[in-house]
Design a protein around this ligand. Structure first.
Ligand code: SAH
Length: 499
């Protein structure tokens, strides 16, 4: 039982702390508010209860007293409670108020700091908040005004500090802020900047002076959340703004996945500044319950000469099954092992086992031809793979007279829970392309999306087979020159330049 206030940082999960991630992954309940992004919410396990306290009946936030009571109530039920807040929990986030009731009731708590938007907005626009030549302090100020009045800010004192001024919650009050600074004696030509959606792909930055910034913000329709930075250091932004230089900065890609875990493609796109939304369309269901085919076939493992894996998922399910069912790995020591590709091989190696054969081309057909040439007469193969997997492998083996058992050890099923997510994204039209790295990804996406107008989707596909699927649904198709991540990225860069 514990309550942890966690700072989620300004948006992306890259700016969440390791401690924050650790705490979120073991949470029973997470209460979050409106500056917490989907990217961060995605790291919370499905098993945790997620409570959005930023929105409530009629779109009003849950009142502070109720949040405090909720934290106390959930903790008293013995739960690990996380109170997740944008930026840092102690910077204009009522972290202090939320601890009060917990302290009174002797509930243990922890506070995990987060990267405040005040700091992040500066870093992501190349504005050093302090600089030996021109700013020896910086000050974070709220411009929030109660009941639509003017914010109560002591500009006289601020103007004397000669430091960098950072205003949060200041979009509506930008005119008052700049006027206040000028009236207090600051130079009307003092540099100033406003940064909207700092660190996110949608980040926008406008530079100006105290005299010009309010009008610049108005013309460009700058909206909350935004940070206003005032001070000489803002001038460095024209040279140091590394973030806006990224080539895919204003693009958003939807990457369709059929496998959980890290995606090299998503990582490469993000590195180039692209906003990536990953949608995992398939769920893996192990077929390992009592009486399963895997168990039955393993009873006769002595009859086989080769064990064949076609995916890292298969490897993990297979070896986990042995452990869970207390099957000694030495019962397999007569077997040779074949894998379809390097990732699968790596997973086998992690189990302390060597692989005897992988084909030079990573596909089922190549594996089948390779094995046919290798195996001796009468040798029997144990193929541990997905149910309804690609028929190339088994067809070629059968034609060559090779004896095998195709043992389904897991099943991939469409995650129909994603219908809503996909429909919303497509309806929003707020993306540039949908990326498919396999034909099954394209098929799965199209089947879940069902009634979508595919015609408006620019699909970037890894190879002809994938492209054919996307085309059959009427998508506008772009195919990478080669079937590699690098080639996919190049293709996306090319299309982005044209559009
Ligand atoms: N605890 C938060 C601040 C909460 S107050 C922190 O440390 O960042 C809410 C204000 O934070 C917003 O009005 C805006 O000024 C700022 N803010 C939060 N996220 C932001 C973002 N991604 N970009 C710019 N400003 C942001």
């Amino acid at each position: 039982m514990k309550v942890t206030l966690v700072g989620a940082g300004p948006g992306g999960k890259g700016l969440l702390t390791l401690r924050g991630l650790e705490v979120l992954q073991t949470a029973d309940v997470v209460l979050y508010d409106r500056f917490v992004t989907e990217d961060i919410l995605a790291v919370i396990p499905d098993s945790a209860e997620k409570i959005d306290v930023g929105k409530h009946a009629g779109n009003h936030p849950v009142p502070q007293d109720e949040i405090n009571e909720l934290l106390l109530g959930k903790a008293r039920q013995g739960k690990n409670v996380v109170r997740l807040k944008g930026g840092d929990p102690f910077v204009f986030a009522r972290g202090g108020e939320e601890l009060e009731l917990l302290a009174e009731n002797s509930i243990p708590f922890e506070v995990v700091p987060g990267v405040s938007s005040a700091i992040a907005a500066a870093a992501y626009t190349g504005i050093p908040l302090t600089h030996r030549d021109c700013a020896s302090s910086f000050h974070i100020i709220t411009a929030h005004a109660k009941n639509n009045k003017r914010p109560n800010i002591d500009f006289g004192t601020l103007a004397k500090l000669n430091g960098t001024l950072v205003f949060l919650m200041g979009v509506a009050a930008i005119g008052d802020i700049c006027e206040g600074c000028i009236s207090a004696g600051m130079d009307k030509d003092m540099y100033a900047a406003i940064v909207e959606n700092a660190t996110l792909n949608s980040q926008r930055k406008f530079l100006g002076t105290l005299a010009t910034l309010p009008e610049i913000a108005r013309i460009n329709n700058v909206k909350s959340p935004a940070v206003i930075i005032i001070g000489k250091v803002c001038r460095f932004s024209t040279r140091y703004d590394w973030f806006s230089q990224k080539p895919l900065r204003d693009k958003r890609a939807i990457v369709i996945r059929v496998k959980a875990g890290a995606s090299k493609l998503s990582d490469s796109l993000r590195e180039l500044g692209c906003d990536v939304i990953e949608i995992l369309c398939l769920r893996i269901v192990p077929l390992t319950s009592p009486g399963c085919m895997l168990g039955k076939k393993l009873e006769n493992i002595k009859d086989y000469s080769w064990l064949v894996f076609t995916s890292s998922t298969g490897v993990n399910i297979f070896f986990d099954y042995l452990i869970e069912n207390e099957i000694d790995i030495r019962e397999l020591n007569h077997l040779k092992i074949a894998c379809v590709g390097i990732e699968t091989k790596r997973e086998v190696n992690k189990r302390g086992v060597k692989v005897d054969y992988i084909p030079t081309e990573y596909n089922g057909a190549a594996l089948a031809y390779g094995l046919t040439g290798l195996i001796k007469n009468g040798a029997k193969l144990f193929i541990a793979r997905a149910k309804d997997a690609d028929k190339d492998l088994t067809q070629i083996l059968a034609n060559a007279g090779v004896v095998f058992d195709d043992v389904p050890i897991y099943e991939k099923i469409r995650d129909m829970k994603k219908i809503g997510t996909i429909a919303n994204i497509i309806a929003s039209n707020d993306f540039d392309f949908v990326v498919f790295t396999s034909s099954s990804a394209a098929e799965c996406f199209a089947e879940i999306a069902m009634h979508t107008q595919f015609g408006k989707i620019k699909a970037v596909c890894i190879a002809e087979k994938t492209a054919a699927v996307a085309r059959s649904y009427g998508m506008e198709v772009h195919v990478s020159a080669e079937a590699t991540v690098m080639s996919m990225v190049e293709k996306i860069m090319m299309i982005s330049k044209i559009s």
